[in-house]
Design a protein around this ligand. Sequence first.
Ligand code: NAD
Length: 485
Amino acid sequence: MTLFKDPQLPTDLPLDPRADTSARREHFDVVNPATEKTIAHVVNTEAEDWLGALARAVDTQKAYVAFTPRKKADICHAIYKEIMARQEEFARTMTLEMGKPLIEARGETANTADYFRWFGEEAVRIPGRYAQSPAGAGDIVVTRTPVGPVLAITPWNFPLAMGARKIAPALAAGCPVLVKPAAETPLSMLLLGQVIADVLERFSAPRNLIQILPTTDAAKLSETLMADARLRKITFTGSTAVGKILMRQSAQNLQRASMELGGNAPFVVAEDADMELALSCAMQAKLRNGGEVCVAANRFLVHESIANEFTQRLSEKMDKVVMGNGLEEDTTLGPMITAAQRDRIHALVTETVEAGATVHRGGEIPEQTGYFYPPTVLSGIPADARILREEIFGPVATVSTFSTLDGAIEKANDTEFGLASYGFSENVHTCQRFAKELNAGMVGINRGMITDIAAPFGGIKQSGFGREGGAEGIEEYLDIRYIGS
Ligand code: NAD
């Protein structure tokens, strides 16, 4: 098979920055989900590439130790600037391979850049501690050292930002990174890899601090690399099922792990909530990125006295959504990532309707090219429905009712996940109860989006552990060392 790139992709898009890209290598297809057309063939890396990359990462770690915190910060800031200078190129690449509307792809690119700016700022603030032994036995000095070579495995829903949350703190802390992007969306990450490698070279730092390893055999890649004790850290964003496999694999060599896994976010609307605010936040929490978001509202829990109005007005707002190819500037909802994902969402909806739920809008696969699924609103959902237990990962809103706040909080927390929760009320006491009692790593009060580069993003329970962003984000890439003297 020969190399191939869609003419709409940036001309200097690398299909694999390091590996041999000749036609002798095996390649895999990248498909535009809006057109169902192949837009690129990417080199399918294999065990030899992975182990070679790890060996290079080990070498670069030694060289990178000599870089001062200020120099690491300067590198991160230069990466920030370079990404912003090429924002449109990144955004188009992402829309072509993933389908999200250009406006969202531009936003994700800016957010990606911002992680480098933030962690550049953190690079010069890595804390330490001095204390005297209480018994007078000597001095206690606590320092932090880079954990070592990192394997980052990322999903397709945010092809750039999920990687940036890992790469930026790793580079700021002093660790080389191997990135395994999702096979559906390797192109944006290959471009980011090239941009970062070029900046590293400008600063006389080793290019191999970042290496991108696209493959269709993710299971073999993680098995191979994690069996090697030189790898010291696994950082993963993806499904809970795969997270558990990786945890088992990390046990062999006790690699440190950060797991950003699935969610099942409740969105509680109290009787006294500001209806207009709750509705606009509901649109954001449900339809951003087509609902293919781990912190997307999965279950709307609305007080029974306002549930009909909420459901009707939410459906009306969804009527205004423009579904189409993300490259069109007026598109506000792109396609699902694959036909299989779209069909999985449709099966969930169909099963719920067959069990007695009411469809207020949507619920049918449109007859058009591309893996589209329309914004859908369901109510009257049986309490034991699978759609309330599982992550929908699509533009489908389920509205259930409650009569007391105690009941709402109990329902909201009745999930094995614990990533994000949202609560809406104009009453300060109700808001305080949301803040204290909604059981999740992140709680949004009267807000439909709470992700922030400066805040610790992450979950509890089956949503995983570890935090990305904030001052906490860099700790994941640092080991603690105690020096007694
Ligand atoms: P996924 O777990 O199938 O895939 C994620 C990544 O893991 C991909 O790169 C994939 O190739 C790789 N992978 C698959 N099987 C593997 C294996 N056996 N060993 C090693 N790697 C393997 O998830 P997905 O369907 O691509 O993404 C959606 C999931 O990601 C959802 O559950 C979503 O909630 C979650 N997610 C979580 C966060 C968060 O921060 N908590 C953010 C975004 C997405």
